[in-house]
Design a protein around this ligand. Sequence first.
Ligand SMILES: [Zn+2]
Length: 212
Amino acid sequence: MNKHKKGGWSQMRFNRLRKGAIKSFLSEVAEDLLESCTGQETRGLVVAGPGTAKSQLLEILPADMGKRVLGVVDLSIDATKRELLEIGNEIALADERERSMERAEELRSEILRGGLAVRGVDATKAALAVGRVGVLVLLKDASVPGWICERCEALEAKKRPPECPICGGPTSTVDVVNELYELAERTDAEVEFVEEDPCLASSEGVGALLRY
Ligand SMILES: [Zn+2]
């Protein structure tokens, strides 16, 4: 388009038409995006490409989609699909790390001020059992040996007794952290894995942010 002769009324008209064409193209992109994300679980959006069209696209994205933009990247129009995927993964991973660090921070400060949080296996198990857990926070690779009752689901981070002291049912050896994870899934709690955190490390690698 830049090869066109410059100047005069026709140039002004041309610029206006060109702006209109870009805008309607971007609206089409936004609509396509909305359509392909509907009904799918997406981790987020990365807007990539050359030039200034990226910011124009961001302006016309519906607000709830705009909120899901994890990054904006300058990229050649010739970038391969593979490059796009690599960049997307990098950005998503960085976002995940940041999120889990925020969660760990939130857990720490709630515990310090005696707010809506618990830590350690016993307190976390008790909160999960009554559905109080909003987010189960686990230290990556945390593992606590213990036992579970096959009948009443009593769970303890102790050596397995031959039979459940509560109901007399059969017991089996389990990783308690694993059991907490499954309990979280069943009670619709989110689960957040944290790379490293001294507060969690000193409480068996387990903690939870509470709903109430
Ligand atoms: Zn039992």
